[in-house]
Write a protein that binds this ligand. Structure first.
Ligand SMILES: [Fe+2]
Length: 366
């Protein structure tokens, strides 16, 4: 069985269990139980329809939203049952079904509401890193990753965020992968590329591909070549296992994504670079830290993890070794690593484990 079939089967079974459990709990509301005393079958129908209608609303967003809403309802009911059980054992106080049901519905609503806000509101996250290398007056780099256009940001939304980025007066802007994915519309892709083209920076806008940019399937209404063309027509420089020297004091090294067959090693890419200059590596997926630290990179910028997106997915990513880091910064040897949670994310329009953000990094001489 393929990994995807295993995941889909697991989610399907879990979703069915969740649906049945939540419907059974709705059926325990006292007013439905009273109704069921005379209309037993209809009471069950009402319970199932209530859950179907509630989660069905999320299907209007997309299938992932429906699954996430259902699972959060399930977990909220389980949690409230657990708390009720502990309270009964500890204090002999019994919380009835009505109290636990209302608490569970409120809890799910608060978590999903917060998750919706955290996915759709874009924060600015600032870092300052110091170096003993000569970087003059320093420079400001803005990192944007995981726009996955069409999920929480369309082309116009991304353009609005680029106006915020412009306010930070960046010296260089880097797009670190997964700018688009399979569900992105061509008009959003074109509008987003145009907004990148309008950015006024000292050294330009640079782009590395993520695992979604070329598309996994074949149904979107533009090709990878059209994405490439739109970027280049708007003055964006694509780096594919290539480096550029900017202002004669820092390099940008853009790696092909880990999913690209035959990509160059980190050390191959930095070999021959002047190591007295500050070296920034752009690598969409944060999972080559040992080699990147050994390559002499000063700063490595990644995305891909969405900061965990839905709790506890980030912990699973770390536990399985899929990523070296899920979010934030880390120093290994002389290398500082940054993982952004992304300006948006794939598929799921909620973020319960993290925020949406763009990252503003100042590099200064010590
Ligand atoms: Fe990715």
């Amino acid at each position: 069985m393929s990994t995807w079939r295993l995941i889909l089967s697991t989610v399907g079974i879990l979703g069915l269990v969740a649906f049945l459990y939540v419907a059974c709990r709705i059926h325990r509301f006292s007013f439905i139980r009273r109704f069921g005393e005379k209309h037993r079958f209809l009471a069950w129908v009402v319970s199932f329809l209530a859950v179907a209608a509630a989660v069905g609303l999320f299907a209007l967003i997309n299938l992932y939203a429906l699954v996430i809403a259902l699972l959060h309802l399930f977990i909220a009911f389980l949690l409230c049952d657990l708390v009720g059980f502990i309270a009964r054992k500890a204090s002999k106080r019994n919380f009835g079904y009505d109290v636990r049901n209302i608490a569970a519905l409120l809890l799910a609503a608060v978590i999903l509401g917060a998750g919706w806000f955290l996915a759709h509101h874009v924060f600015e996250t600032d870092y300052t890193f110091y170096t003993d290398k000569a970087v003059g007056d320093g420079f400001r780099i803005v990192e944007i990753a995981d726009a996955h256009l069409g999920i929480t940001l369309d082309g116009a939304d991304l353009a609005a965020q680029m106006e915020r980025v412009q306010q930070t007066q960046p010296d260089v802007v880097v797009i670190v992968g997964d700018f688009v994915d399979d569900d992105t519309e061509k008009e959003d892709m074109l509008a987003a590329c145009q907004s990148l083209g309008k950015l006024e920076t000292t050294y330009g806008v640079y782009f590395v591909f993520g695992n979604h940019d070329n598309g996994y399937f074949n149904y979107r209404n533009f090709t990878a070549a059209e994405l490439r063309g739109a970027l280049e027509n708007n003055g964006v420089t694509i780096l594919e296992d290539e480096s550029v020297l900017l202002n004669d004091n820092f390099y940008l090294v853009g790696r092909r994504d880990r999913s690209s067959p035959g990509r160059a090693s980190a050390s191959d890419l930095t070999e021959g670079l002047d190591d007295t200059k500050y070296i920034i590596v752009l690598d969409h997926q944060p999972n080559d830290y040992a080699n990147e630290a050994a390559s002499g990179a000063d700063l490595v910028l990644s995305g891909h993890t969405h900061g965990g997106h839905i709790f506890p997915a980030g912990l699973i990513g770390l536990a399985t070794g899929a990523n070296d880091r899920t979010y934030g910064t880390e120093v290994r040897g002389g290398t500082t690593f940054v993982v952004t949670s992304g300006i948006s994310g794939w598929g799921i329009p909620f973020k319960t484990g993290t925020i949406s953000e763009y990252v503003v990094i100042d590099v200064r001489s010590e």
